[in-house]
Design a protein around this ligand. Structure first.
Ligand SMILES: NC(=O)c1ccc[n+]([C@@H]2O[C@H](COP(=O)([O-])OP(=O)(O)OC[C@H]3O[C@@H](n4cnc5c(N)ncnc54)[C@H](OP(=O)(O)O)[C@@H]3O)[C@@H](O)[C@H]2O)c1
Length: 262
């Protein structure tokens, strides 16, 4: 299927590895010029080199820490020069720490809320006027199935992702007549560094060998395996394309059948 994405540009938050890199790869394969954002310069350079070799498209990249207000401000400013306009924004980043709802550390909630919500909102507001003027824009947010079914002991993730998805739904309606769509992806269990480190913590806590814990998690997915980041990337590439112009304000699970409800 021709996605008609050639020559478009995308800014990909958390684009140096995992799901963000999977999306960057899928977009670059369709001829989109990505700009990757993350903290580690080394990982950004490696990701950009790999994409250049694989797709022939050389990504831009910027170092930024979404948990630091000043760093986000500097990045937004730098982007005004390097990427004056963009067609696609992928909201993504590191996930918050594990934790229950029975206790509350206000400082942690404030820090994680600022990290998970504000950089996306600021980035989108910087590029939205241009998107609306050109009558084309795509905001795609990488979230989690926890928006639909909260995951035990991951309350920060479940609650804050629901807040961001709700913001996206509101935005989608405000810009629906301007060719701009806003959608949220709900990934299930994907093969990435974050999942590997969460599994390590959870296996230790449960007193189960890591391999056995991982097998249990895979068996819990109806298709019987973890997803590969590119499998989320293909959905993102479709949503980014003009072909998906009538899909907006929605949450789309990409989870191998993990969610029990619709
Ligand atoms: N993998 C899954 O199965 C799964 C399922 C549901 C939801 N999710 C969520 O999807 C998102 C991506 O997951 P992933 O598995 O791809 O994670 P990952 O492999 O840890 O990748 C996270 C990306 O975000 C960047 N990043 C992390 N913290 C950052 C910060 N403070 N400022 C700027 N960049 C930052 C990382 O680069 P640097 O470390 O260099 O900054 C990296 O590029 C996470 O929020 C995760 O919770 C993942």
């Amino acid at each position: 299927m021709e996605l008609h994405l050639k020559g478009r540009s995308a800014i990909i938050m958390g684009g140096s590895q995992g799901l963000g890199l999977g999306i960057a790869r899928a977009l670059a394969q369709e001829g989109v010029q990505p700009c990757l954002l993350a903290r580690s310069e080394d990982k950004l350079k490696k990701a950009a080199q790999a994409l250049t070799v694989e797709t022939g498209i050389t990504p831009l990249w910027h170092v930024v820490d979404f948990s630091e207000t000043d760093s986000v401000q500097s990045c937004l400013k730098a982007l005004q020069d390097s990427v004056p306009e963009t067609d696609i924004i992928i909201s993504n980043g590191g996930g918050p720490p594990l934790g229950p709802a029975t206790t509350c550390d206000p400082a942690l909630w404030q820090k994680e809320a600022a990290t998970m919500l504000l950089p996306t909102m600021q980035l989108v507001s910087q590029y939205l006027p241009g998107m609306r003027q050109r009558q084309f824009g795509r905001v795609i947010m990488v979230s989690s199935t926890s928006v639909a079914e909260p995951i035990p002991n991951l309350v920060l993730s479940s609650a804050l992702r629901s807040a961001l998805a709700s913001w996206g739904k509101t935005l989608a309606r405000e810009v629906a007549r301007d060719g701009v769509t806003v959608n949220t992806l709900l990934p299930g269990r994907f093969e990435t560094d974050r999942i590997a480190s969460l599994n390590k913590i959870r296996a230790e806590k449960a007193g189960i060998p890591l391999d056995e814990f991982r097998k249990q998690k895979e068996d819990g997915v109806p298709v019987g395996r973890y997803g590969q980041p590119e499998e989320l990337g293909h959905m993102a590439a479709f949503l980014a394309s003009p072909l998906a112009s009538y899909i907006t304000g929605t949450c789309i699970p990409v989870d191998g059948g993990l969610l029990h409800g619709f």
